[in-house]
Ligand binder design. Structure first.
Ligand SMILES: Nc1nc2c(ncn2[C@@H]2O[C@H](COP(=O)(O)OP(=O)(O)O)[C@@H](O)[C@H]2O)c(=O)[nH]1
Ligand SMILES: [Mg+2]
Length: 494
């Protein structure tokens, strides 16, 4: 028998003490192998799983039964479900057994399974078999792995889309387009011009460019997908005592950062996950930015500026509560200008100026802020990098973070863009991204050969490369070492 297809088993739930342990068995012969050890609770006669599968007409079927060992000692009373092939996760016959969640019971069951000819499954081996049996493709298998390992809601959502086949359909469509380009070239390789017309490869360019454009769009989904999986990075920056750590704690809803009236309290960069309206963020609190002789604080300031470089959104926290109304406009502008001069931002990085300590502000100060907002465009028009400014608005916020949260959620949608929609494909692994890049490179190379009207054989070979790269995404071409590498990161029992 092919080693790949020996019957395998694994505990699919963690091996701790819990209400239940779920064991999973997969293989052509599992029903026959296990039947002698399954007893009906009523008459203590063995339950023939092979005939049960026949009776259930290929559908899953669940029974409450006893499992005994080779000496006919009872191992446990269990709930057992059979999934006859091909309507099972792996495409083979599968049995799932829920035993009482005691490691000793599970160990007894596993030792029975080993002694009756099954072996322990490798990580991801059930899913690997699902791929080999054509139940799912490789991209979907990667989705399943991420569905289990994702640490954010966004990560789960993207993995879900991939498991549902959104990426597989996109690569399938692109592949079909590439094949139609290939058909033209192959016609000119196989037949003379009087049969298939003159060889005019330039006529393929619009189609090739359309595919490249679609591939480029797909390639770009990797980084926005990564942000959706890991969270949009929000950094709180500002002068010492501006109220950054207080805002940090208010957003996180617990006292995470130390807050004191002493300037320079925060030294290290603090980082936490934050979820607002099911959107994932990574929130960073930083040391206040100022020139300082204190060696530790100086390092803290450097780290603050460093973290700004990798931020998606920077909340520039500004304290105006001690200022005269007449000073407010100039003060906010100068903080923004100082910030732009200390950190060189990319256009896609956004700044939200946030005025803190709302409760300490007078009505006059607040109306000055409203006035500032109304004239924001005019006031900031000469600023370099003004594209980075959020919606041209200064928010008033401190312990009341509602408005800021609303803004962060809006930013999240802008940054993540289309990838969050379930109909849009997203690349979820570096492997997939590399394959798309290979496909793009081959097609770009193709355009160059077309420009010099090179032989159809040479152009076709490059088109074939790009087709193969797309096929590798879904695993239509699979090499054993690639599969082993991918599945080694899976859980045992999946
Ligand atoms: N009344 C009031 N005090 C605040 C507010 N935010 C911060 N503070 C005070 O301002 C001081 C500095 O706050 P902190 O959050 O440590 O500022 P950081 O240095 O920017 O992190 C502390 O004494 C805080 O209690 C606020 O919204 N209202
Ligand atoms: Mg602080």
């Amino acid at each position: 028998m092919n080693a790949h297809f020996q019957s395998i088993f694994a505990l699919a739930t963690p091996m701790g003490r819990s209400a239940l342990h779920l064991h999973r068995l997969s293989g052509e012969n599992v029903f026959a192998i296990l039947s002698p050890y399954i007893l009906s609770p009523h008459n203590k006669k063995s339950v023939d799983l092979v005939s049960l599968a026949k009776k259930s007409e290929g559908r899953a079927c669940t029974r409450y039964v006893y499992i005994i060992d080779q000496e006919k000692n009872e191992i446990d009373d269990v709930v057992l479900t059979i999934f006859p092939a091909p309507k099972s996760y792996s495409g083979e016959n599968i049995i799932e057994i829920s035993v009482h969640g005691n490691p000793l019971i599970s160990a007894k069951l596993q030792s029975l399974l080993r002694s009756i000819g099954m072996r322990d499954a490798q990580p991801g081996e059930f899913t690997q078999r699902a791929v080999l049996n054509g139940k799912i493709d490789l991209a979907q298998a990667e989705g399943i792995n991420q569905l289990i390992h994702a640490e954010t809601l966004g990560g789960v959502e993207l993995a879900r889309h991939t498991v549902d086949g959104v990426l597989s359909r996109e690569t399938g469509d692109l592949r079909a387009q590439i094949i139609s380009i290939l058909a033209y070239l192959e016609a000119h390789i196989d037949f003379a011009p009087d049969e298939v017309g003159d060889y005019e490869p330039a006529s393929l360019l619009p189609q090739i460019h359309a595919v490249i454009e679609r591939l480029n769009k797909l390639h770009a989904t990797f980084s926005s997908g990564l942000k959706m999986r890991e969270g949009v990075k929000v950094v709180l920056l500002g002068k010492p005592n501006a109220g950054k750590s207080s805002l940090y704690n208010a957003l996180l809803r617990y006292d995470r950062a130390i807050v004191t009236h002493i300037p320079g309290t925060t030294r290290d960069v603090l980082e936490d996950r934050l979820v607002i309206q099911n959107k994932d963020f990574v929130l960073l609190d930083t040391a206040g930015i100022r020139a300082t002789e204190d060696e530790v604080e100086r390092i803290g300031v450097e780290r603050s500026l460093q973290s700004a470089l990798s931020a998606d959104v920077i909340c520039l926290v500004i304290d105006i509560h001690k200022l005269d109304c007449s000073q407010i406009h100039d003060h906010i502008l100068s903080e923004i200008i100082q910030f732009f001069s200390s950190v060189k931002l990319a256009e896609e990085q956004k700044i939200i100026p946030v005025v803190s300590k709302q409760d300490l502000l007078t009505d006059e100060q607040i109306s000055m802020l409203h006035e500032f907002n109304q004239n924001f465009l005019k006031l900031t028009k000469d600023l370099e990098y003004k594209n980075c400014l959020n919606n041209n608005l200064v928010l008033i916020s401190s312990v009341n973070t509602e408005l800021l949260c609303k803004n962060l959620v809006n930013h999240h949608s802008l940054i993540i863009g289309e990838v969050s929609k379930k109909e849009n494909p997203t690349l979820i692994s570096v492997r997939q991204k590399d394959k798309v890049l290979n496909a793009i490179n081959s097609l770009n190379e193709c355009s160059k050969l077309i420009a010099i009207k090179d032989y159809p054989e040479k152009i076709a070979s490059l088109i074939n490369h790009s087709k193969h790269s797309l096929e590798e995404i879904v695993g239509e071409i699979h090499l054993d070492n690639v599969l082993d590498k991918i599945f080694s990161t899976f859980c045992i029992g999946k």
